[in-house]
Design a binder for this molecule. Structure first.
Ligand code: FRU
Length: 692
């Protein structure tokens, strides 16, 4: 993401506090008044009154209680100021508060002042989500105190947010993840909320973004991910963890690498050190080594952590960081063993410069720069993050391979907001040289930061990746108690394609859902689509698609009509349309009327992917999973991935053909089992999920 644009401006989520106040708590300030009242305010940063959420130019602010909070983003990061409470007597063991915003405690924060002396301090952790913190003040009982909120910073994260200052004998826990998970696991909706994908991975509760550390080891596919243990929007980034033995059924595991000491665990990768080059394991029992970005104190550096017990517990390398170039935008390492030159190779992003750096290492600890790639690509400016580099076979040319270098941009992508692009070329162990112009990875709005699994067994020649099905611009999607899901795992290859007759052939990235997903099909029904015409005609009955998790395979005969395709209708005026538009020579997903589209102004839209009409036909494979849509065109040579948030729960499939010589052919519906419960009904309590 880019901090300035990560979430579009003013979207404000008023979080209703979940923390019960205790009867004998004394509220010092909840900032619910129309003015600063008893607070003495100086400078401009606090404005005339407490804020009602995010201020102009600020990312979404969440986690505060009631309707208002103290937020020093008035006038942006440049303004400064202080606010001092009226004096109060300390009468409880703790002073608890919600805090968010900047982490540089020397410039932004809040402090407890007793008889003129600062005795306690706290600040945020570069997150706009407020979370609980508390000072132990038993030793100060009976003394007169004031609280001073200060913003003396004009730079990035130069603001602080505070709410619910309370004297209490029972301070709320900062991360009450286990408690909240335990409650959620007892809830009637466990992993079965109306918008919860049933055959795509999602965390049980809380916020998730990029997939991290994808690696196969001793029979398990690991799926680590950017995870916020403290809430349902971005912040406190840590590595969440899940494993699977078939890429389809996932088991949630406890947090792997937490945010620590103000250093967040940003994105990265995992390798299995078979040769024990790092010394973290043995050759007989090789270590899993995570290489990830430590983010904090104004820098981004590359760190190591390792595990000798199949990823269940992790130790941080005591000599971290292993790479520090004094840069604040240096992130998301992807490492693999390059056999021809017998070394580890890392590709990592100098994000703001749109440059990827390649490093080599004999042991994962000592890294030497090999070369750089970029700035390059489709766009002039936005950043690059989460790169990946791998070799792929070219379809139809046995023995031929090319290298693919992929990178993601936080904004400005093909369908708007964040997205990925890739280059096809050659990597010789030192340099990557592109042989073609950059191409888009996915033509929908919701496929970001894909990375591929490392160390697949020798018997499996596939390269498989998974992406975050979300977009930074519209990422505060209307789901709770979790936010975000992954795509299905996709296996990759290259194919020589010309999307239209004016273009020469080029190698394009082909993505197909992994074959393991097919075992989830409960029933496969051919559907008669001969009546397709305009207006659209229903071809299923209400109730047929109950559960809302299915796949559609179909061929479109394009004819001379402008369009042909299908609609997933969930209400009178609610549908998602997927079809071919001959005027635009494209397959499209139109989600303008797909349900809840109003949670963000950039969400509603129609997304186009280039499509070849091969012998008069286009084939589509459409995965629908409650709030997920992935459309694979002509066996994966272009993909459109989009979230939808239908309000109706009983989808009916309709087909349409805009002219007499257009038609649909061979339409099949495969209803899919839930990987959480087997059939879409709620799981037995304490089921698949491991104990946190
Ligand atoms: C991409 C990204 C990464 C970073 C991570 C932080 O989505 O911005 O560059 O490591 O998210 O959560």
């Amino acid at each position: 993401m880019e901090h300035s644009i990560k979430w579009e401006l003013l979207l404000t989520v008023l979080a209703v506090g979940t923390q019960a106040a205790f009867a004998d708590d004394l509220v010092i300030a909840d900032f619910e008044q129309q003015s600063w009242e008893t607070w003495t305010v100086t400078g401009k940063a606090f404005g005339d009154a407490p804020a009602t959420g995010a201020l102009p130019g600020q990312m979404a602010v969440t986690g505060f209680q009631g309707q208002q909070l103290a937020n020093t983003f008035v006038g942006g990061d440049e303004t400064t100021g202080t606010a001092v409470s009226s004096p109060f007597r300390i009468e409880r063991s703790h002073i608890a508060f919600l805090v968010g915003g900047g982490a540089d405690i020397s410039k932004v924060g809040l402090e407890l002042v007793v008889e003129g002396r600062v005795v306690r301090r706290a600040s945020g952790s570069e997150s706009e989500e407020l979370s609980w913190d508390a000072w132990e003040v038993s030793d100060l009982r009976g003394r007169l105190a004031e609280i001073r909120i200060y913003d003396l910073s004009r730079g990035g994260w130069g603001h602080i947010s505070v709410d619910q200052l309370t004297q209490t004998n029972s301070p709320p826990k900062r991360f009450d993840l286990s408690q909240r998970l335990a409650e959620y696991r007892q809830s009637a909706d466990y992993m079965n909320e109306p918008l919860r994908p049933q055959y795509h991975f999602s965390p049980e509760i809380n916020w998730m973004n990029d997939p991290n550390g994808l690696v196969w080891h001793e029979g398990e596919y690991h799926l680590f991910h950017q995870y916020n243990p403290a809430g349902n929007s971005w912040g406190h980034m840590s590595w969440g963890h899940a494993v699977s033995d078939d890429l389809v059924h996932w088991k949630h595991l406890p947090l792997a690498i937490p945010e620590q000491g103000g250093i967040m665990a940003f994105s990265g990768c995992c390798v299995v050190d078979h040769g024990n080059t790092s010394g973290f394991g043995t050759v007989e029992n090789p270590a899993m080594v995570a290489i990830y970005t430590g983010h904090g104190h104004g820098r981004q550096v590359q760190n190591l952590a390792w595990s000798n017990d199949r990823g269940r517990t992790w130790s941080l390398f005591t000599e971290n960081p292993v790479l520090d170039i004094g840069n604040s935008d240096f992130r998301d390492p992807k490492v693999f063993w390059h056999e021809p030159t017998r070394k580890w190779v890392m590709v990592v992003s100098l994000a703001a410069e749109r440059v990827l750096i390649f490093y080599g290492s004999p042991n994962l600890k000592d890294w030497q720069e090999l070369s750089r790639f970029g700035p390059a690509g489709t766009l002039y400016k936005p950043n690059w993050e989460c790169p990946d580099l791998f070799e792929l076979p070219v379809e139809g040319e046995p023995g031929k391979t090319r290298w693919v270098l992929e990178a993601d941009m936080g904004s400005g992508s093909i369908a708007g907001g964040s997205g990925g692009e890739y280059f096809v070329g050659d990597f010789d162990g030192t340099h990557f040289r592109t042989e073609q112009a950059a191409q888009w990875v996915d033509f929908g709005r919701d496929f970001y930061a894909p990375v591929s699994w490392d160390n697949l067994p020798r018997s499996d020649a596939r390269r498989i990746w998974i992406g975050w099905l979300n977009n930074w611009e519209t990422c505060l999607i209307p789901t709770t108690p979790w936010r975000s899901s992954m795509s299905v795992p996709r296996s990759l290859s290259l194919r020589s394609v010309a999307f239209n007759s004016e273009e020469p052939e080029r190698l394009v990235l082909v993505q197909r859902p992994v074959k393991e997903l097919e075992k989830l099909r409960v029933s496969s029904t051919p559907v008669d689509v001969s009546a397709a015409a305009w207006p659209p005609v229903a071809v299923t009955n209400p109730g047929d698609l109950k559960g809302y998790q299915f796949e559609v395979e179909v061929r479109l005969i394009t004819g001379s009509a402008r369009s042909v395709g299908l609609r997933i209708r969930t209400g009178d005026d609610e549908f998602t349309e997927i079809g071919f538009d001959r005027w635009q020579n494209s397959v499209y997903v139109d989600r303008k009327r797909s349900g809840n589209v109003s949670f963000h102004p950039a969400f509603a839209g129609r997304h186009l992917a280039p499509a070849r009409v091969i012998a008069g036909k286009i084939s589509l494979r459409i995965l629908v999973d409650r709030s997920m849509v992935e459309v694979f065109i002509n066996d994966g040579e272009a993909v459109i991935s989009d979230r939808i948030f239908p309000l109706g729960k009983d989808p009916v499939l309709e087909v349409f053909a805009g002219g007499p010589d257009a038609a649909l052919q061979d339409l099949q519906i495969h209803r899919m089992k839930s990987v959480w419960s087997g059939d879409g009904s709620p799981m037995p309590r304490g089921g698949a999920a491991a104990v946190q």
